[in-house]
Unconditional design. Structure first.
Length: 320
């Protein structure tokens, strides 16, 4: 008697490790279909995507790394610039034998995703920036403070168990003091803040932060090279109540990236994938279904570089 065929379940998205350039890299991978590379933000990890990875893996191959210096990846004394992270993403994809991806970046990861698209356009099919950095100077005041020269001395004290417990209690009791857009943002950020007690994680955090933020705000801009996204389907997702990378920067990014789409999540802050995972997946699905992967054309790319940005260059304003 023939045994009925059983439809296989979508592959589990599991945590795995590879050593690349002598450093252990952690990443989550699973699913089937077109490849999505999901890049988290500063002091975060691939766990930030957990609420959406399972659904996405039903239709896509998902790769969600822990950036060097973050999560379960090694935390060496190393280069933590956006360009170095973009190279790390290319190398991981090469090891996994994945040639082209839709790259999705959250916060700092948005800057890394944009850098990846700029450095390796032949590998980028689509670009998705989720509350992405680089569209203005404004950033949460605590990040500007942490970029200052006193942070090496202050952070060990403020992340110690007694002090961090008091800070967490006060901010949870009076959330308006935190300057966070939503309570869910505050709760998640406080959990990540606890991880900075570990000295290597703290040093990696400071090196990463200072590569993109100083005491005046964001340093790295995507505006000067954003015209190169022409021809790459681009989606911008922002929480209306984002105060970490202010939501006002969404319109700036959209104007700077020709043909991009913008989706505002009205009940969300800095983490739309946490606040409304069902809508997040639906918006991403619709974007994937209604766009075709970009095709890299070396001659066209060279022409865009030679012609430069149309009109006068955009500069970061001091207010947004």
């Amino acid at each position: 008697m023939a045994v009925p065929a059983i439809e296989p379940e979508p592959l589990d998205v599991s945590l795995r490790f590879r050593t690349i350039h002598g450093y252990r890299r952690a990443y989550r991978v699973g699913g089937r279909g077109p490849a999505l590379l999901l890049i988290h933000g500063i002091s975060d990890s691939s766990e930030t995507w957990q609420s959406v990875l399972g659904d996405l893996a039903k239709r896509y191959t998902v790769i969600a790394p822990d950036l060097l210096g973050h999560g379960d990846s090694d935390k060496p004394r190393a280069d933590y610039s956006a360009a170095a992270y973009a190279c790390g993403m290319r190398d991981l994809l090469s090891v996994l034998d994945i040639s082209r991806v839709t790259v999705i970046g959250h916060s700092l990861g948005g800057g890394v995703a944009a850098q990846f698209a700029y450095q390796f356009p032949e590998r980028c099919e689509r670009l998705v920036l989720v509350c992405g950095g680089g569209a203005g100077r404004a950033v949460h005041p605590m990040l500007r403070l942490a970029a200052g020269p006193w942070a090496e001395l202050a952070l060990p004290a403020v992340t110690s168990a007694p002090v961090s417990s008091v800070i967490s209690f006060v901010l949870s009791a009076v959330p308006g003091l935190s300057g966070m857009g939503t309570r869910t943002d505050l709760a998640y950020v406080l959990r990540r803040y606890q991880l900075l007690r570990e000295p290597r994680a703290r040093k990696a955090f400071l090196r990463t932060l200072r590569a993109v933020v100083d005491q005046r705000g964001q340093v790295v801009t995507l505006l000067d090279r954003s015209y190169l996204a022409t021809g790459i389907p681009t989606l911008l997702i922002w929480g209306e109540h984002d105060r970490i990378v202010p939501a006002e920067q969404a319109a700036v990014a959209r104007a700077a990236m020709p043909g991009s789409r913008l989706e505002i999540f009205p009940s969300s802050g800095h983490f739309p994938q946490h606040d409304d995972p069902e809508r997040f997946v639906a918006v991403l699905d619709e974007f994937m279904e209604t766009t075709s992967p970009a095709e890299y054309d070396a001659a066209r790319w060279r022409t865009m570089l030679r012609d430069g940005r149309p009109g006068d260059p955009n500069e970061m304003s001091s207010g947004s």
